[in-house]
Design a protein around this ligand. Sequence first.
Ligand code: C5P
Length: 291
Amino acid sequence: MPVLEAKARAKLNLSLDVLCRREDGYHELRMVMQTVELCDTLRLETGTGEPLRMCSDLGFLPANEKNLAAAAALRLCEAVGADPKGVSIELKKSIPVCAGLAGGSADAAAVLRGLNCLLELGLPPERLAEVGGKVGSDVPYCVWGGTALAEGRGEVLTALPALPQCHVVLCKPPFSVSTPELFGRIDSVRIRCRPDTAGLIAALRRGDLAGVARRVYNVFEDVLPERRAGTVREVKNTLIQNGALGAGMSGTGPTVFGLFDSLEAARAAYELLRGRYQETFLTRTAGSEFA
Ligand code: C5P
């Protein structure tokens, strides 16, 4: 039976701006996204003769279509008129869950790319991204990966020059943030500080890593409940004091990341934070899935 091992890489928000609430309840966003090497792995199989099967090494994750990976398989089969029977998805998680790193969306995107190969569908990435948009707002970006501007609900994508390769320390403090709740809170506050998205994109065009890192910012940092915001600030300060060129929160958090040009400094910051927070990772930036 055809089998494929697929990587589902995490994403960071180099910037995240919320422009307005839309009539459909979603928010109009402007975000610069970046893929990193930290990834989940999926074992995909087709032709098992059994009903669609989904399992993961984390017992608390849904093992049915409530899991974005299984939802992606169903949506893809629906889009091409294929029978999902015979598809098996085994998921091994490494990306922290509910962390602002789009782990579930990355898994869904890996299923779309993987089944496109296994089932020999021959769909272009644009079509996979379109199907992904029905699974979740971050899935279209995760289909492509790399460095990109994401607008609209998150599905309007423009490829950007790749961020110069660098080391990344990721640290997820031990609490979760509800994405719908944080989007709800942002409607009731005045956003005092916004990322310099144009300046960040100009720095990417110059290949200026320090210029990008200096502009890392996410409007949700200002919307977190004060207790949570304090922890995020503390992790950011630790990263900067230990040599990060820039640091910020990803997505609706709570994961904080720092960008480093020196592996030694990144490793030292990683060791320090790892002593305080179990879910701390040392990784690197990654390019587009279709480069
Ligand atoms: O699209 P997805 O299911 O990932 O979105 C999860 C939640 O995040 C939505 O239910 C909504 O509350 C919020 N969201 C939003 N605007 C976006 C993306 C997500 O309000 N552009």
